[in-house]
Design a binder for this molecule. Structure first.
Ligand SMILES: *[C@@H]1O[C@H](CO)[C@@H](O)[C@H](O)[C@H]1NC(C)=O
Length: 130
């Protein structure tokens, strides 16, 4: 269960009640998750256990990989506001909060995989902690 919670948390999905999310959305997310783990030599337990370790380069690259695959980060390493908004709208998040999140996080910059880490960190501030 913990894995599922994390898996969903990282794609900005709260845990329960998401009628807007199709099976296809979920399947796509799982595929991104798996290929990003493979690319970075990570496994499920490392991702879960090290999620909050900001200094783990592999984890940071995994986070960056997820953002790229979902299109939230474009090829130039910038946040694609339209895609980010569309992804967030599929979750159960109030639209004012979405705008707040996007405004706060769209200009996050960083070198290499630190970018992904910082973008996630920024978005996660808007989620209640476990
Ligand atoms: C996951 O990877 C870590 C670090 O490489 C390793 O210690 C651990 O045994 C692996 N766990 C599984 C379930 O494969």
């Amino acid at each position: 269960m913990k894995t599922i919670v994390i898996l969903f948390a990282i794609s900005f999905v709260a845990v329960l009640g998401h009628p807007e999310l199709t099976d296809e959305d979920i399947a796509k997310h799982k595929e991104h998750h798996e290929s990003c783990m493979n690319e970075n030599g990570l496994n499920e337990s490392t991702v879960v256990n090290k999620w909050k370790d900001d200094n783990d380069e592999k984890l940071n690259c995994y986070k960056t990989c997820l953002l790229k695959k979902s299109g939230t980060m474009n090829a130039d390493g910038k946040i694609d506001v339209e895609v980010a908004r569309a992804n967030l709208e599929k979750k159960d998040i109030a639209s004012e909060k979405i705008e707040e999140m996007i405004n706060a996080c769209k200009d996050v910059t960083g070198t290499g995989c630190e970018m992904g880490r910082d973008v996630f960190k920024c978005f996660m501030q808007f989620y209640p902690q476990e």
